[in-house]
Ligand binder design. Structure first.
Ligand code: ATP
Length: 141
């Protein structure tokens, strides 16, 4: 796979982990957060990090969000910001929007407004752990 351009919105533990892994794999990664401290902390593990409120259309436009191959919305607790951000991204024509949901209802709403891939971090990780424990030939912990 060639170099892809990713944006990660929300630089908490989940967003930073996704961003860092992509960057380590040689991809172009822009980290975005409304919180300046979070942006500063992430600066070393992404290509660029910027402070922006992604619920504002102009902020997304000035970042040039349309040019990204995929945008990961890692805002969870602030459901309103998560939903508004995903809505704007889809309206602006971003092809692949991946979003984190913290509840079933949050996920349902994200699905309705067009998120392409919805991640439930706790549920998905729980499934992965059970899967690992059940696989007969894996003892990697
Ligand atoms: P994690 O569980 O991944 O550690 P968290 O506990 O910090 O995340 P979340 O509420 O999911 O909590 O927030 C993730 C990040 O999203 C935070 O750093 C927050 O500042 C950022 N964020 C929230 N609203 C916006 C917004 N409107 N624009 C940009 N970033 C935002």
């Amino acid at each position: 796979m060639g170099k892809q351009l990713y944006a990660v919105i929300g630089l908490g533990r989940f967003g930073t982990s996704v961003a860092e892994r992509l960057y380590d794999a040689g991809q172009e990664v822009m980290g975005i957060d409304i919180n300046e401290e979070r942006v500063q902390d992430a600066e070393m593990v992404v290509t660029h990090a910027v402070v922006a409120d992604t619920t504002e259309e102009e902020a997304l436009m000035s970042i040039g969000i349309r040019n990204f191959d995929a945008v990961i919305v890692a805002i969870g607790n602030d459901m309103q910001s998560s939903i508004l951000t995903v809505l704007l991204l889809k309206e602006l024509g971003v092809k692949k929007v991946i979003a984190k949901a913290l509840s079933k209802n949050h996920g349902l709403l994200l699905d309705k407004i067009g998120a392409d891939w919805i991640i439930y971090p706790e549920r998905d990780m729980g499934e992965r752990v059970a899967h690992q424990l059940l696989s007969p030939n894996v003892l990697n912990f």
